[in-house]
Design a protein around this ligand. Structure first.
Ligand SMILES: [Zn+2]
Length: 262
């Protein structure tokens, strides 16, 4: 449960808002520019939360990377999502998430692309995922990969290189590192899962993650729209507003980062 949003009723409390603006201002201090990307996972099924999330980003003209689960996306669903792709254009980076988004590990942490199954089935799932997204999304598909639960093996990443993927996105500090040919765009901030025991500790951790992410020059923020409720949407809007208002922050996608050579 995400306790940090307990304090939010119909608006973000002034102290949190202030802290947010200060954290962003400090993050760009002494820097020419800091890039920030947002990555929304578990995309494929249209719905109210999806619409609300995408409209918020487009309203602030901020980019959003969308990790699509290939088996969740059907032609019919894409027909519902495509108008957003049309409207968002380059602001939206539609890329690949796990084939079925299921865990194949019998012990340890959850992974769809972990060591718990033969490399050949991992390769097959990456290939058919890419094929399906290319067929449905066509030119809207960007060759980047977000592994479910932010974890995968080195073999998975080698396979991504041979399939022509340009980059991967996992949590900051993920091991093993990517092969040289694969860019990595790390996520530092998790907007919807917090493990801290109290809201106060949760906010401390949140602002720490945001500061650390900004210090790297490319800060990644992860969202899960399917888990979002009213308070989390209210906070997201505040965050987007504050990001958009900070002139030294550049909103980016994986595609724009890759084009920048980052
Ligand atoms: Zn996921």
């Amino acid at each position: 449960m995400n306790r940090i949003y307990d304090a939010i009723q119909d608006r973000v409390p002034a102290l949190i808002q202030q802290r947010l603006e200060q954290t962003l201002a400090r993050g760009v201090e002494g820097k020419k520019e800091v890039s920030v990307f947002f990555r929304a996972d578990d995309i494929g099924v249209p719905g109210h939360n999806f619409t609300r999330m995408v409209n918020l980003f487009l309203g602030y003209r901020l980019p959003l990377c969308l990790a699509v689960v290939p088996t969740w996306l059907t032609r019919q669903r894409w027909e519902t999502l495509e108008p957003f792709a049309e409207k968002g254009g380059k602001l939206l980076c539609w890329h690949q998430h796990g084939w079925r988004h299921c865990n194949h590990e019998t012990q340890g942490k959850k992974q769809e692309f972990g060591p718990g199954r033969p490399a050949s089935t991992v390769t097959r799932d990456l290939e058919r995922g890419k094929q399906r997204l290319e067929d449905l999304l066509n030119r809207r598909f960007d060759r980047f990969f977000t592994p479910p639960w932010n974890r995968c093996t080195r073999e998975t990443m080698d396979c991504l290189v041979s399939l022509g993927f340009d980059g991967i996105s996992r949590s900051a500090g993920s091991r093993p590192g990517p092969p040289e040919m694969l860019k990595e765009y790390s996520v530092h901030v998790d907007l919807h899962t917090r493990k801290e025991k109290s809201a106060a500790l949760g906010w401390d951790a949140f602002f720490n993650e945001l500061s650390q992410g900004m210090a790297t020059g490319v800060c990644g923020v992860m969202l899960h729209h399917r888990r979002m409720d009213e308070p989390s949407f209210i906070f997201l809007e505040s965050l987007l507003k504050a990001v958009a208002a900070q002139p030294k922050i550049k909103g980016v996608t994986f595609a724009t980062l890759a084009a920048m050579g980052a």
